[in-house]
Design a protein around this ligand. Structure first.
Ligand SMILES: Nc1ncnc2c1ncn2[C@@H]1O[C@H](COP(=O)(O)OP(=O)(O)OP(=O)(O)O)[C@@H](O)[C@H]1O
Length: 307
């Protein structure tokens, strides 16, 4: 006769890994620069997720770590600790050969200085052709892709011009075409409009949006320009090497359709940075009182508490 059925306890449900469904994952990312006399912590445990198809702006004061973050994501600089992944590629443990492949195929990069994005003696069509030629794409396909990109980005008239025959805005739009040539998963742009007047800046920004919407590139753009950051659905602020707040715009928030709403970012340990003006207004200092209500958490000053 069969005995009572043996039941094993159900295995505890495993939490999915942080950022398991994101294209770009920065998890507690640290980058320390060691110079002769000092150690600079450029990234101090930064968390950031970017999903496929997003276009986000990264803003922050000078020295907050924006360029360092972009250099890490570009595969140019290696993080000191933490996890950085782009399209499944682990940027912490990457061999030199993988890094070369990664930079060629997975990311496209647009720099602030248009002269550094292009080659003085190559025409726009030749410079867009170059990364594809290095990647071994056939001549016919290269020609059609280069012409298609120049057309989509509105610079067909520059196809046979060298950089010194183009305006600053045209040079940057050609630079975006170069960045897109090998169909990267992510386009990274570091202050791409920094050297341009405001009208031209918006044109270049529109080209990045075209890359995002029409060519399916996920775009991460570092900018100081609020006119530029005001045009993306999500702006992430970096302060002292950490993501500190996010602004969501244009119907991305249920509460503010068409408007914008600022969120503080809570890291995985539950830490939230309370903005300085809030801290000053209520004299919140080292110790605060927290209270859980039905639908929110209160933070109060500890004034009047025994120490
Ligand atoms: N190669 C390096 N060696 C030493 N320190 C560095 C190096 N690169 C950056 N840093 C330092 O790391 C910190 C972050 O620099 P980073 O360039 O990432 O800031 P940023 O937000 O891009 O600034 P900016 O807006 O001025 O470009 C700064 O304190 C900077 O001085």
């Amino acid at each position: 006769m069969a005995g009572p059925e043996l039941r094993l306890p159900a295995a505890p449900r495993r939490e999915p890994e942080f950022g398991h469904d994101a294209l770009v994952v920065c998890d507690n990312l640290v980058r320390i620069y060691q110079t002769e006399s000092v150690e600079v912590q450029a990234l101090q445990g930064l968390d950031l997720l970017v999903h496929q198809g997003e276009m986000i702006a990264i803003v922050g004061a000078s020295g907050s770590g924006k360029s360092t973050l972009l250099q890490v994501l570009a595969g140019v600089d290696a993080p000191t600790a933490g996890r950085a992944q782009v399209a499944g590629h682990d940027l912490v443990d990457m061999s030199r050969t993988e890094r070369v492949r990664y930079r060629r195929h997975v990311v496209g990069f647009v720099r602030q200085q248009s002269t550094r994005n292009l080659v003085p003696y190559l025409t726009a069509r030749q410079v867009v052709d170059l990364p594809m030629a290095i990647a071994g794409v056939s001549r016919k396909e290269r020609r059609s892709r280069a012409d298609g990109l120049l057309e989509t980005l509105g610079v067909t008239h520059c196809a046979d011009r060298r950089p010194d025959q183009m305006s600053g805005g045209e040079q940057q739009r050609v630079a975006i075409a170069v960045a897109l040539a090998n169909r990267p998963s992510v386009v990274l742009a570091d202050e791409p409009t920094g050297e341009l007047d405001s009208e031209t800046a918006l044109e270049v920004f529109a080209a990045l949006r075209t890359a995002n919407r029409e060519l399916d590139a996920t775009v991460v753009v570092v900018t100081h320009d609020s006119a530029v950051s005001g045009q993306v659905a999500r702006t992430v602020s970096i302060r002292d090497g950490r993501t500190s707040s996010e602004v969501l715009r244009n119907g991305e928030t249920a509460d503010a359709p068409g408007g914008s709403e600022e969120y503080a970012v809570m890291d995985r340990a539950g830490r939230v940075q309370v903005p300085r003006e809030f801290r000053e207004a209520l004299a919140l200092t080292r110790r605060v009182r927290l209270a859980l209500t039905e639908d929110h958490v209160e933070i109060r000053s500890d004034r009047g508490e025994t120490r």
